[in-house]
Ligand binder design. Structure first.
Ligand SMILES: [Zn+2]
Length: 141
C-alpha cells in the first residue's frame, strides 16, 4: 500500500483504539495481542513491531503498576469510608489481595495497546519502520 509519509492517526483516535484492544496504528483487532497474556511480535494486520525499542516492555509494566495501585487505592478509600468504624478486616484484606492479583491480569493487554499508542505518539515511526512493517505482513500473508 503506497502512501509515503502517511500521517499517524490522531492521539484521540489511537488511545480510543487502544482502550478497546485494537491496534493504535491501523485500528485492526488482529493485532499483537495473543490470548490475553501473550503477544505476537507484530500487529498481524499492519505489521508494526510491538517491541519498538530496547526495554519497550517496561512501559506497559509501569503503566500496569500505576493502574493497579490507583484502582486499589481508590477501592481502599471507598471501602474504609463505607465500613467505618467497624472495618471487616479479614474481608477487606482478602478483597484487596484478590484485587492486587486480578487487576493487573485484566489490565495486561490494555497496557500493551495503550503503551503502543503512547510510544507511537512520542516516538513517531519513520519510513523505514513502516516499510519494514508492511514488508513483514506481506511476507506472512
Ligand atoms: Zn496494526
Amino acid at each position: 500500500m503506497g502512501g509515503m509519509n502517511r500521517p499517524l492517526p490522531s492521539a484521540v483516535k489511537m488511545f480510543r483504539r487502544a482502550l478497546v484492544l485494537k491496534c493504535p496504528l491501523c485500528g485492526s483487532r488482529r493485532t499483537f495481542i495473543r490470548r490475553w497474556m501473550l503477544r505476537y511480535d507484530r500487529c498481524r494486520t499492519c505489521g508494526i513491531r510491538w517491541h519498538r525499542e530496547h526495554g519497550f516492555e517496561l512501559g506497559p509494566i509501569a503503566l500496569n503498576i500505576v493502574i493497579t495501585f490507583f484502582t486499589l487505592g481508590v477501592s481502599m478509600v471507598i471501602a474504609f469510608v463505607a465500613t467505618a468504624p467497624d472495618f471487616p478486616v479479614l474481608a477487606l484484606t482478602i478483597g484487596f489481595v484478590v484485587g492486587a492479583i486480578v487487576v493487573p491480569l485484566v489490565a495486561f493487554p490494555f497496557t500493551n495497546t495503550l503503551w503502543m499508542a503512547f510510544d507511537l505518539l512520542s516516538n513517531k515511526p519513520d519510513e523505514a519502520e513502516l516499510a519494514e512493517a508492511a514488508a513483514a505482513v506481506a511476507v506472512a500473508a
